[in-house]
Design a protein around this ligand. Structure first.
Ligand code: SF4
Ligand code: SF4
Ligand code: FES
Length: 240
């Protein structure tokens, strides 16, 4: 049963220009922002490009700007974000637009690699399996960031990313912090070097938009504060 009509403005690319198109979409109970975009693609404009996969908040592929705020669209109910009967949906901020609502995620993932956010193994499959103390401070810190789904919502929310193309951004830095605290990772020196570089953690202004908007309730700002402490200690050779 429909509950009226929504006025949906899609901000999308038209060649090199950004253009807005307005659609009238039937409203119904428990409708998500992603449902609205899918309705437009299936019923009004089959050329519309957008990205999603899991629909349950796990794959991180469906993030878009919704009324100017970055959100995971498959877990955002339209009723929570409507302005009257209207909503404006656009591609994520801070990433190049490929087409319509699809952004190029390469710069986001390239920065994970630049932050040494890839596991640095020290053991081989022939070494004995080591027990991990789940209660240790380091493991608690590592566990905090491990649920990141790479949705790039925090990256889109970060004004420092907007003003500094070299800045590694909240997700990559949080990943670096996770590995720094993971006793199975052997990349401490490389990580500290990478996050001290010109695009590193000391660019962060600690205003916290990343933490406010992370849909998984993660806290990249605190992870970055941890990196700032560790890089400063390393600089002054205080060790841990
Ligand atoms: S706290 Fe740092 S990383 Fe997070 S949004 Fe602000 S500047 Fe970006
Ligand atoms: S930290 Fe949160 S907002 Fe950022 S990419 Fe990971 S899950 Fe998404
Ligand atoms: S479609 Fe997978 S997180 Fe939204």
């Amino acid at each position: 049963m429909t509950l009226g009509v929504l006025k949906v403005t899609l901000e999308r690319s038209a060649g090199l220009e950004q253009a807005a198109t307005v659609f009238e979409v039937p409203a119904y109970e428990n409708q998500t922002v992603l449902d609205v975009v899918s309705w437009v693609q299936q019923n009004a404009d089959p050329t519309l490009s957008y990205r999603f996969a899991c629909r349950v908040g796990m794959c991180g592929s469906c993030a878009m700007m919704v009324n100017g705020v970055p959100r995971w669209t498959c877990r955002t109910h339209i009723s929570k974000v409507l302005d009257g009967d209207a909503v404006t949906i656009g591609p994520l901020r801070n990433l190049p637009v490929i087409k319509d609502l699809v952004v190029d995620m390469d710069p986001f993932f390239d920065k994970w690699v630049a932050a040494e956010g890839v596991h640095h193994g020290a053991l081989t499959r022939d070494d004995p399996i080591e027990a991990i103390d789940e209660q240790s401070d380091a493991r608690v810190e590592a566990n905090a960031g491990i649920e990141c789904i790479n949705c790039s919502v925090c990256y889109a929310a970060c004004d420092t990313v907007t003003s500094n193309a070299d800045y590694l951004g909240p997700a990559a830095l949080q990943r670096a912090w996770t590995l720094l605290n993971d006793t199975k990772d052997d990349g401490r020196a490389a990580i500290l070097d990478a996050v001290s570089d010109k695009g590193g953690c000391h660019n962060c202004h600690s205003m916290g938009s990343c933490t406010v908007y992370c849909p998984n309730d993660l806290d990249p700002m605190s992870a970055i504060a941890g990196l700032k402490r560790e890089t400063a200690k390393s600089f002054f050779k205080m060790g841990r």
